[in-house]
Design a protein around this ligand. Structure first.
Ligand code: SAH
Length: 243
């Protein structure tokens, strides 16, 4: 169930990445959700260079060391930056067009689902940028996520990830915080993307606050530390093995 890759006919982001790579421009990549107003991802941001990256991502790249795995690498912007720094980096993604684009950009890119248990190489650093942990989808899948992390981390390895605490969506003017506990964890979002005529399948995407992440990492026998706070309820975390 978790070893699948995207159906190219239903892969709006992959198509947008391929167009932008081929022509330097792309149409609107629309993002729909039952929780937010319709939004748009400027496709150029998936091709960002160091100058356009937010401080959390710059710090993530600075902390990377050894052999690196870039999970959900997209167009490969972070991988390219790490390669410039001389770090051997493997990029994985479930989007066939994205992997093809990354290969054309000179990246060791592979069409692999992070949860695929047959993928068991070892890495000193795993990066998941732009809320890459979103692929977990639902809180209940965190134990499975951490099993994959442990399978792929070399001894003394580290996972670097950025995410956001969505509590600001539920904050009242007086600073109090109202969530419907029966509705599940408040950072569980549903998304659907559209690009040109391509309508993607609806998918679950998880935003996780630092304390909840830390709790589940500990349950899995891992250490979780905050490296940096971002500008708007976002943060950079590092997860390592307990020694
Ligand atoms: N990290 C990139 C792209 C983020 S978009 C950046 O910061 O620009 C998220 C990417 O994750 C998409 O390219 C999507 O195809 C990929 N993805 C989604 N689920 C995945 C999974 N289970 N394993 C690997 N990649 C996945």
């Amino acid at each position: 169930m978790n070893n699948s890759t995207s159906n190219p006919k239903k892969d709006p982001m992959g198509r947008a990445i391929a167009d932008y790579h081929a022509t330097g421009k792309a149409a609107k990549l629309r993002v729909l959700s039952s929780m937010f107003y319709e939004d748009e991802i400027p496709v150029s941001t998936l091709f960002r260079t160091l100058d356009d990256m937010p401080p959390l991502e710059i710090e993530m790249l600075r902390l990377a060391r050894g052999r690196v795995l870039d999970v959900g690498a997209g167009a490969g912007c972070h991988t390219l930056e790490l390669m410039k720094r001389g770090l051997q980096t493997v990029a994985i993604d479930i989007s066939e067009p994205s992997v093809q684009v990354m290969k054309e950009r000179g990246i060791d890119a592979r069409l692999i689902n992070f949860f695929d248990e047959t993928f068991c190489e070892k890495f000193d650093t795993i990066i998941m940028a732009m809320n890459g942990i979103g692929i977990v989808g639902k809180i209940e899948r965190l134990p499975m996520f951490f099993r994959s992390v442990k399978r792929l981390l070399a001894p003394n390895g580290q996972l670097l990830l950025d995410s956001s605490d969505l509590r600001y969506l539920f904050e009242e003017e007086d600073g109090s915080f109202t969530v419907d506990l029966a509705a599940g964890y408040y950072g569980e979002v549903d998304y659907e993307m559209r690009y040109k005529g391509i309508k993607g399948e609806c998918f679950d995407w998880l935003y996780i606050d630092f304390d909840t992440l830390s709790f589940y990492a500990n349950e899995a026998g891992l250490l979780c530390e905050k490296c940096m706070d971002g500008e708007h309820y976002d943060y950079l975390a590092r997860i390592t093995s307990k020694q």
